[in-house]
Design a protein around this ligand. Structure first.
Ligand SMILES: [Zn+2]
Length: 474
């Protein structure tokens, strides 16, 4: 008995010596979930099982759970709930930080602000200038978390160049370069003397004008970079002498687990190890999460099954061709409905569809599958023939023109009004610089109307193509 007591005392002394010298934190990270909740080898319902188990293993007081963005859109259930179902799931799992991705900004900014308010962790977006979000003071650039007895600073940066993806009047939303933002943020972070610094970014190792290696050469004290956006899996690699990079793939297929050991004597991270834990077919769903969101999933499914119309195709074609032809048809409908409202003279580069053999039911979900990204329909007045011609030439030489028609509504002498998507007007992610600068310089010439999905759905409903008994109500 006596010797057992001695042994325990010795053990306690040893343990306290160990804890004086080294402690650690476990970081769990996801990215680009894109609304994936269900699935056989993916989805938050299954991933939750892995996340909860890892958190229990390491102890919640030693664990940080971070999502690097593109979370709220991508599936019909996310669309039908305008991302709310995703926030419910993140809150249920007690995510500590969430970095909004570029697709979060597909939602209108008021809705996004609402989602940000609903999120119970910290929303970190240090390189965004956005009136709606900043006046509400609901995002910050960085935050210190106390985990494993350490001060862990987490900085959040999203993809620069979001303004090239969706047209908005100038000054409404601007994203800044990563290095520019870090030069501003790092002095604030350093002043708090954190033990560990994590940069969570909605961006991969490389992007146009960006390279994580050179960024980390400027900020070598960042121990860990959590990446996103490019949908690749990086289980862990060195991107500098003391800098580690991890990226957790996409669609809630895996969670990255990073263990950081901190050497208290040398006051630095001594060791970082990481791996990706993958959802398997045999992984069970996390039941409590399922019961929390099951009703939302059922409602979203019902909502998506609402039958709008049918599409008859010219000939029997393969699946890919069907998608292509129906997309063209849907664009034409969109144009027709826009044109009808504006009294249009049509001009379009849409390829012609043919005559019919296949019949495709058109539900809300079908329309969603064609136009996933909440693109808005814009009317733009180009003023002169010359401006219009220049834009048209740029447009014709770009691949982006494929499914996104540009339609001339009125070709009277000095009035070249065109209907196009907000993605095109924003410059199609950098491919249409002329259009981008026109939209930025002349916001007064742009009228942004409803989303493409809504416009097409409305058109199909207005056409009343279906017999009464085939219509579904919800
Ligand atoms: Zn992205």
């Amino acid at each position: 008995m006596h010797s057992t007591k001695k042994f325990y005392i010795l053990l306690m002394v040893l343990c306290s010596i160990c804890s004086l010298q080294a402690s650690g934190v476990t970081v769990l990270a996801t990215t680009d979930i894109h609304g994936h909740i269900t699935g056989t080898d993916r989805g938050l319902l299954k991933l939750a099982t892995l996340i909860v188990a890892e958190k229990e293993k390491a102890g919640p007081e030693n664990t940080l759970l971070i999502d690097c963005g593109d979370t709220l859109e991508g599936t019909y259930s996310a669309y039908a709930t305008q991302g709310e179902i995703m926030i419910k799931a993140l809150n249920f799992l007690h995510y500590d930080a969430w970095i909004p991705g570029n697709h979060e900004f597909d939602l209108n900014l008021k809705t996004l602000a609402q989602r940000i308010r609903q999120f119970q962790g910290a929303v970190l977006a240090g390189n965004i200038n956005c009136r709606t979000l900043q006046s509400a003071a609901i995002t910050s650039s960085w935050k210190i978390f106390k985990r494993g007895g350490l001060k862990v600073a987490v900085i959040g940066l999203t993809m620069p160049g979001i303004s090239w993806q969706r047209w908005r009047p100038p000054g409404v939303l601007q994203t800044l370069k990563m290095s520019y933002s870090l030069h501003r943020i790092m002095p604030e972070v350093r002043a708090k003397e954190p033990d560990i610094i994590i940069l969570a970014q909605h961006l991969g190792i490389y992007a146009k004008g960006y390279n994580a290696y050179s960024l980390l050469a400027d900020f070598p004290e960042i121990n860990l970079v959590l990446g996103g956006h490019t949908h690749v899996e990086k289980s862990g690699q060195k991107i500098g002498p003391d800098n580690w990079y991890v990226q957790a793939g996409k669609h809630a297929e895996c969670v990255a687990k990073i263990e950081i050991t901190f050497d208290k004597k040398r006051q630095k991270a001594a060791r970082i190890t990481s791996s990706l834990l993958k959802v398997k077919e045999s992984t069970s769903e996390y039941k409590k999460l399922r019961s929390l969101i099951n009703e939302d999933l059922i409602n979203a499914n019902e909502h998506g099954r609402f039958l709008l119309s049918e599409l008859k195709l010219s000939r029997s074609v393969g699946r890919h061709k069907v998608i292509e032809e129906t997309a063209v048809a849907a664009m034409k409908w969109k144009c027709r409905v826009m044109g009808k409202k504006a009294g249009a003279v049509f001009y379009s580069n849409c390829r012609k569809g043919g005559v019919l053999k296949q019949i495709i039911p058109l539900t809300r979900k079908t329309i969603f599958d064609w136009y996933r990204f909440h693109d808005k329909v814009c009317l733009v007045d180009f003023g002169s023939r010359e401006t219009f011609r220049a834009v048209l030439n740029e447009f014709k030489s770009s691949k982006s023109a494929r499914f996104t028609p540009l339609i001339l509504l009125n070709n009277s002498k000095n009035n070249f009004t065109v209907v196009l998507s907000s993605y095109l007007l924003a410059g199609a992610g950098g491919r249409l610089p002329l259009l981008h600068s026109y939209g930025i310089k002349h916001p007064e010439k742009v009228i942004q109307t409803s989303g493409i999905q809504e416009t097409v759905s409305l058109y199909l409903q207005e056409k009343q193509l279906l017999p009464e008994n085939q219509k579904r109500r919800n």
